[in-house]
Design a protein around this ligand. Structure first.
Ligand SMILES: [Zn+2]
Length: 169
């Protein structure tokens, strides 16, 4: 279960709406509380990062035989966190006595369901928080985690309800 405060949820939603129609991405820092009954991941800090998706990343992934789209507006359906940003977040987390517990990113005009690329690039220990942004407004927030077969399973999010999309007439 991923536990997210209303303020952190708001920060993530704002980031996703600002980068629309491109994908946003960022890093979740927090604490793991594991016992026999439950596996709680508590988000304590949210770090927005640049979407560093580029032709260089496409080339790097080709070496790993991961085929990805090459169309010019690829940041509309791809994201990439610079490994330097992740390293920095890991160091910062350690200094705060926390750890990196997940990654968030948005799906502009697509459901908050992980893509095949998301699955191929995912790390087993992280939560993957995905936001659906429809016409600039966040409409859905779901969390996913890999199982032992490297398939995504949905993860419960404990948070306040997302503000419903308002209609402007
Ligand atoms: Zn995705």
């Amino acid at each position: 279960m991923l536990i997210l405060s209303a303020a952190h949820q708001q920060a993530i939603q704002t980031h996703a709406q600002q980068t629309y129609p491109e994908e946003c991405c960022g890093i979740l820092l927090g604490r793991l509380e594991r016992d026999e009954q439950s596996n709680r991941k508590i988000v304590l800090e949210v770090q927005p990062t640049q979407n560093a998706w580029s032709e260089i990343v496409v080339a790097d992934l080709a070496v790993l035989e991961i085929a990805v789209s090459r169309h010019p507006n690829a940041r509309r359906d791809r994201y990439w966190i610079d490994p330097q940003d992740l390293l920095k977040a890991q160091r910062q987390a350690r200094d705060l006595g926390l750890q990196v517990i997940g990654i968030y990113h948005s799906h502009p005009d697509h459901p908050a369901i992980p893509s095949e690329t998301d699955r191929l690039l995912a790390w087993p220990e992280y939560s993957y928080l995905i936001l659906s942004v429809e016409q600039g407004q966040v409409t859905e927030l779901l969390s996913w985690q890999l199982n032992n077969a490297h398939q995504f399973e949905s993860e419960e999010i404990q948070t306040e309800a997302i503000t419903q999309k308002t209609c402007h007439s």
